[in-house]
Design a protein around this ligand. Structure first.
Ligand code: GH3
Ligand code: MG
Ligand code: MG
Ligand code: MG
Length: 315
C-alpha cells in the first residue's frame, strides 16, 4: 500500500483541519429514505464541521430546500418513495446553478448507466454506497471547494479589491435588471452618487496609505448605512454609487442628509492620526429612463453640490 510520507502527512492533516474550519456554518442536506443511512452520513458530515439537514425523500427535500436557500450541497440517495434522487437532481439543478449548489449522489446502484444518468441531469458527483468514509468525505469536501473557487473568482471579477464593495461593472450588470423589474412593478428606485470632498488633500497630508484606509472605512460606513435597501458600489477613485430599492422619493433627502451628518462626525484613526472628512451627495428619484440616465442625473446633482460649496445633499 502507498503510505504518505511524514511531511506529506502533516500537510494532509493541516488541509483537513482547515477544511473543517471552513465548513463551519456551511449547510448540507442529506436525503435518504433509510433513517440509519441518513443518521450515519449526518454524523460523519457533522464531524467535518458541517451543519446537516435531513429529508426522507425528494419531496421532503425540496421543502427543506425552499426554507433554507443557503444550502451548499445536497447528498442524495437514488431510490426513494415519492420523489427519487434523479427527479430531485433535475429539479434542484433547474433552480440552482453549479455555481451555487453541488449535488452529490450516494447510491448502491452499480449499473454502469446510472452514474452518467445523474451526471447528465446536473449532478456533480456519483459515489457508490460501498465507498469508504474517507472517499465520501474527500468527494464532499472537493465539491464544496469547487463552489468556493467559483465564488472567489466571481468576487475577484465583481468586487473592488480595496473596499470589498461591488465594482462599477457589476453595478450595471446586477443593477440593470433590478431597475427594469422595478420600472415594470412600479417600485420607487433612487440613484445616489457620493464623492468624498477634497480627498486629494487627505492623500497629500497623511499619505496614500492613509487615503486607502479612509476609503475602506468610508465604504464600511456607507455599506452599513445602506444595508438591505440598496446596491452599493465603488464607481471609481473616491466616488460611490448606490441604487436604492426601498426608500420612497419623499424620504430620500432626509435619508441621505442623515448619512452626510454621520460622515461629518466620523473620523478615521490612522497610526494615531485622526482624519476627518465630509462628503457631497447627488441623487435622483425621477425614474423614467435607463439606469445609465439616472446615474448621470445623480452625477449632475453631485457636480452642483460640489460647485455650491460641498458637504451637502442635492436631490
Ligand atoms: P473634490 O472635493 O472636488 O471631489 O476634490 P477631490 O480632491 O476629492 O477630487 P479629485 O478628483 O481632485 O481627487 C481625487 C483623488 O483621489 C485623486 C486620486 O489620487 C485619489 N485616489 C483615487 N483612487 C485612490 C485610491 O484607491 N487610494 C488613494 N489613496 N487615493 C485615491
Ligand atoms: Mg433508498
Ligand atoms: Mg472628491
Ligand atoms: Mg471624484
Amino acid at each position: 500500500d502507498y503510505v504518505l510520507k511524514k511531511s506529506d502527512q502533516a500537510e494532509y492533516i493541516s488541509r483537513i483541519v482547515s477544511r473543517v474550519y471552513k465548513n463551519q456554518g456551511i449547510k448540507v442536506l442529506v436525503v435518504d429514505d433509510s433513517t440509519s443511512v441518513r443518521d450515519w452520513i449526518s454524523r460523519i458530515l457533522m464531524r467535518q464541521g458541517l451543519t446537516v439537514l435531513q429529508a426522507e425523500d425528494g419531496r421532503a427535500a425540496t421543502k427543506v430546500f425552499y426554507k433554507n436557500n443557503d444550502i451548499k450541497l445536497v447528498l442524495t440517495d437514488y431510490y426513494m418513495p415519492e420523489m427519487d434522487g434523479l427527479e430531485l437532481t433535475a429539479h434542484l439543478r433547474s433552480i440552482r446553478s453549479m455555481e451555487e449548489l453541488s449535488i452529490v449522489v450516494l447510491s448502491s446502484d452499480s449499473k454502469s448507466r446510472t452514474a452518467p444518468l445523474f451526471l447528465k441531469q446536473g449532478a456533480n458527483d456519483f459515489i457508490q454506497k460501498t465507498a469508504s468514509v474517507e472517499e465520501i468525505l474527500c468527494r464532499v469536501n472537493s465539491n464544496l471547494e469547487f463552489i468556493e473557487l467559483i465564488q472567489a473568482s466571481r468576487d475577484r471579477a465583481n468586487k473592488d479589491y480595496l473596499t470589498g464593495l461591488w465594482n462599477r461593472r457589476y453595478f450595471f450588470e446586477y443593477g440593470t435588471p433590478i431597475y427594469e423589474q422595478g420600472m415594470t412593478a412600479g417600485n420607487e428606485l433612487c440613484v445616489v452618487m457620493l464623492d468624498i470632498d477634497h480627498f486629494k488633500k487627505i492623500n497629500d497630508t497623511y499619505g496614500h496609505d492613509a487615503g486607502d484606509e479612509v476609503l475602506k472605512d468610508f465604504s464600511s460606513l456607507l455599506a452599513d448605512y445602506i444595508g438591505d435597501v440598496g446596491l452599493v458600489s465603488r464607481f471609481g477613485g473616491e466616488e460611490f454609487t448606490v441604487l436604492l430599492n426601498g426608500i420612497q422619493a419623499d424620504e430620500l433627502f432626509d435619508f441621505l442628509e442623515d448619512f452626510r451628518e454621520e460622515v461629518g462626525s466620523f473620523s478615521v484613526d490612522f497610526k494615531g492620526q485622526v482624519i476627518t472628512l465630509t462628503v457631497s451627495i447627488g441623487a435622483t428619484a425621477n425614474m423614467d429612463e435607463s439606469l445609465t440616465v439616472m446615474v448621470s442625473r445623480a452625477d449632475d446633482k453631485l457636480y452642483e453640490a460640489k460647485r455650491t460649496g460641498r458637504n451637502k445633499v442635492l436631490c
